[in-house]
Design a protein around this ligand. Structure first.
Ligand code: AMP
Length: 249
């Protein structure tokens, strides 16, 4: 059984994001980029499925510019067998990404597809759900456990106030929550080996997908700065300020 795992190149989560001076978008100039953290969890889960003998091959897929090959090489260093880059120089909305991924799925026929629950750059939380609708595959979103049992899969999901376990008919699409696993680091020998693993480049045209924009980014603004706090001398002053300045009591 093949497993497809998707990998998105995003701003590294440690970087303080800057907005362009004209407010048109986030400034990506000279910014450190990395694999989306939820995709790291997805890659780890895919590799564990291979290590436990459930999967025979792990294929990492990314939609993006040539630079996203860097994140695909990371996935290969972590243990994926081969990679596919679907070339696109634009930031695509989730529906277009899902349409491209659906075509790759049609070609590869995986038993399991694992995506992050959301990309930390746009916070869409849409691609996995849309992919399930386009392919007709069962979906288990926000998975904190994935247990493949032959022709069915048990997916445990984090829901309000607890855990929900659902049974899905294979093949499945799962999206990862934070507590699914703890991703490993790539070792130096594996980083070297990854350079020789196959990485195929496809275009939207080759996949027969026409990219159409359905949404337009109008503006991006930095969050409002928080006002500095103050120290009060005693409880009486606190109560006075809450009553007369903040007017909350
Ligand atoms: P989103 O719906 O954009 O929040 O993304 C959810 C997940 O879909 C991400 O964690 C990725 O696994 C996958 N995904 C979204 N965009 C891309 C992309 N351009 N290339 C590869 N995977 C993607």
């Amino acid at each position: 059984m093949k497993v497809i795992v998707t990998v998105k190149r995003v701003i590294d989560y440690n970087v303080k994001v800057r907005v362009k001076a004209d407010g048109s978008d986030v400034d990506l100039n000279n910014v450190k980029m990395a694999m989306n953290p939820f995709c790291e969890i997805a890659v780890e889960e895919a590799i564990r499925l291979k290590e436990s003998g459930v999967a025979t091959e792990v294929i990492a897929v990314s939609v993006g510019p040539k630079a996203c090959q860097e994140q695909l090489r990371t996935a290969l260093a972590l243990g994926a067998d081969r990679a596919i880059q679907v070339e696109s120089d634009e930031q695509l909305e989730s529906l277009n990404v899902a349409k491209l991924l659906a075509k790759v799925i049609e070609q590869e026929q995986p038993g399991v597809v694992i995506l992050g629950k959301q990309a930390i750059d746009t916070d869409n939380n849409q691609t996995g759900q849309m992919l399930s609708a386009l392919t007709g595959m069962a979906q288990g979103t926000f998975a904190s456990k994935i247990d493949i049992q032959g022709d069915k899969a048990l997916v445990t999901r984090e829901v309000d106030g607890g855990l929900q376990t659902i049974e899905l008919a294979m093949p499945i699409i799962a999206t990862t929550d934070l507590r699914l696993n703890e991703p490993r680091y790539a070792s130096l020998p594996n980083i070297m080996k990854a350079k020789r693993k196959p990485l195929e480049v496809k275009t939207a045209e080759e996949l027969g997908v026409s990219i159409k924009a359905h949404t337009k980014l109008l503006s991006v603004g930095a969050p409002a700065e928080r006002k500095a706090g103050i120290k009060v001398a005693d409880v009486a002053e606190l109560v006075d300020k809450l009553k007369n300045e903040a007017k909350v009591i």
